[in-house]
Design a binder for this molecule. Structure first.
Ligand SMILES: C[S@@+](CC[C@H](N)C(=O)[O-])C[C@H]1O[C@@H](n2cnc3c(N)ncnc32)[C@H](O)[C@@H]1O
Ligand code: SF4
Length: 367
């Protein structure tokens, strides 16, 4: 097991665009959930294998009471045995105070991912985020004071109502923080969310495709000029600071998913956990794990889909040795992507071109 993902499905408020597994819960439910997570961790972690990275994501892990965070980290640290290469914990900027920052550092966390999304008052109000722009600077300072230098910031673009000017202001704010890693996602209007309903009712208007592409280009240009490497479609890092945990997953190595709706991959099997908190708690109490189903891992396809997300792409010869054929022989429809200038073979590797990064989904549907 190279990497472990732990899902905390709790949020203090529910954002209208979000389709992830999350809910508001009582302190009692959160305590029961942490109990079950730790049982599942103990049962499913292979103690003979070194865990290299851990990622505690959500939901909002920082929405857990401090005592639960402390308990979770302490027990996981015992189970991991060896020192990790990277241990990330997701936080809402409004939750970060001195006590939380110190608890995380003391518990072994060395990387924090902050859900910032935007600094604009209008966008934060529309997204119904519970933090303000100024919470972010405070959170970054407190984390650094506690010894956590490796900070990642999650941002959104193509937010309804966002203009090029407000995007540029967001980027300037972001760059002033000088964090080591940035994830910049285009806002998707997800099914069965309030945003979807608001679009149907005409209350919000999605950003059109051309504007979205222009915004993405602006982000890429400005972040690269500021010294970030664009190492994955939505991810940017200062040299040497790409996310080790996500790179393990994109490079198709094994990982364990613990908690509600978590996914994992083990040899040629994918594992998917139960999506509801109550059913997960019942399952762990009776069976010792929260797995809902396992299904075969489509290695030829998944290796390619994940590898192409990385700017370095995949090594064609390694792929051929593993699967008997080159990727473009196994997926002949990819020819269309070469013809459209979205995909290229370079120095023995297969990778998206600059244009292909902008239109990655058009390549992925050919696989
Ligand atoms: C599930 S959230 C977990 C982190 C934390 N709860 C937060 O909201 O900051 C992980 C990231 O997914 C992204 N995200 C959530 N909903 C999205 C959507 N509809 N479209 C694009 N990205 C989205 C946000 O950038 C968010 O930071
Ligand atoms: S805080 Fe994050 S996980 Fe929770 S509802 Fe908002 S976007 Fe979703």
């Amino acid at each position: 097991m190279d990497a472990v993902y732990v899902h905390i499905p709790f949020c203090k408020s529910i954002c209208p665009y979000c389709a992830f597994a999350r809910e508001k819960a009582s302190a009692k439910t959160m305590r029961e959930y942490v109990d079950c997570l730790l049982i599942e961790a103990e049962n499913r972690l292979q103690t003979d294998k070194r865990v290299r990275t851990a990622y505690i994501g959500g939901g909002t892990p920082s929405a857990l009471p401090l005592a639960e965070i402390e308990r979770l980290l302490r027990k996981l640290k015992d189970l991991f045995v060896d020192e990790l290469e990277e241990w990330t914990f997701e936080c809402n900027p409004a939750d970060v105070d001195t006590a939380l920052a110190r608890t995380l550092r003391k518990g072994g966390v060395d990387r924090v991912s902050l859900g910032v999304q935007s600094f604009s008052e209008e966008s934060l109000a529309l997204l119904q985020r519970r933090h303000k722009g100024e919470d972010v600077e405070r959170a970054v300072s407190l984390l650094r004071e506690a010894g956590i230098e490796n900070i990642s910031v999650d941002m959104l673009f193509a937010i309804p109502g966002q203009t090029t000017n407000s995007l540029v202001a967001d980027i300037e704010h972001l760059l002033a923080l000088d964090v080591l890693h940035v994830s910049y996602y285009s806002l998707i209007i997800e099914e069965d969310t309030r945003f979807e309903r608001w679009v149907d009712e005409g209350r919000i208007i999605p950003v059109d495709g051309d504007t979205e592409a222009d915004m993405f280009e602006t982000i890429i240009r400005r972040l690269i000029a500021a010294g970030y490497e664009h190492y994955e479609i939505s991810n940017f890092a200062k040299p040497g600071h790409s996310s080790r945990h996500n790179t393990i997953i994109w490079q198709d190595e094994d990982y364990l998913g613990l908690g509600v709706s978590a996914h994992g991959k083990h040899s040629f099997r994918r594992e998917e956990n139960i999506p509801s908190v109550r059913a997960y708690i019942d399952s762990v109490r009776t069976k010792g794990h929260g797995i809902r189903r396992t299904y075969p891992y489509e290695a030829e396809e998944d290796t390619l889909l994940m590898g192409l997300r990385l700017s370095e792409g995949i090594d064609r010869e390694t792929y051929r040795r593993r699967f008997g054929k080159m990727p473009e022989e196994l997926f002949p429809k990819l020819e269309k992507a070469f013809e459209a200038g979205l995909l290229e073979k370079r120095k023995g590797r297969l990778r998206l071109t600059e244009k292909g990064v902008m239109l990655a989904n058009e390549v992925f549907i050919l696989i």
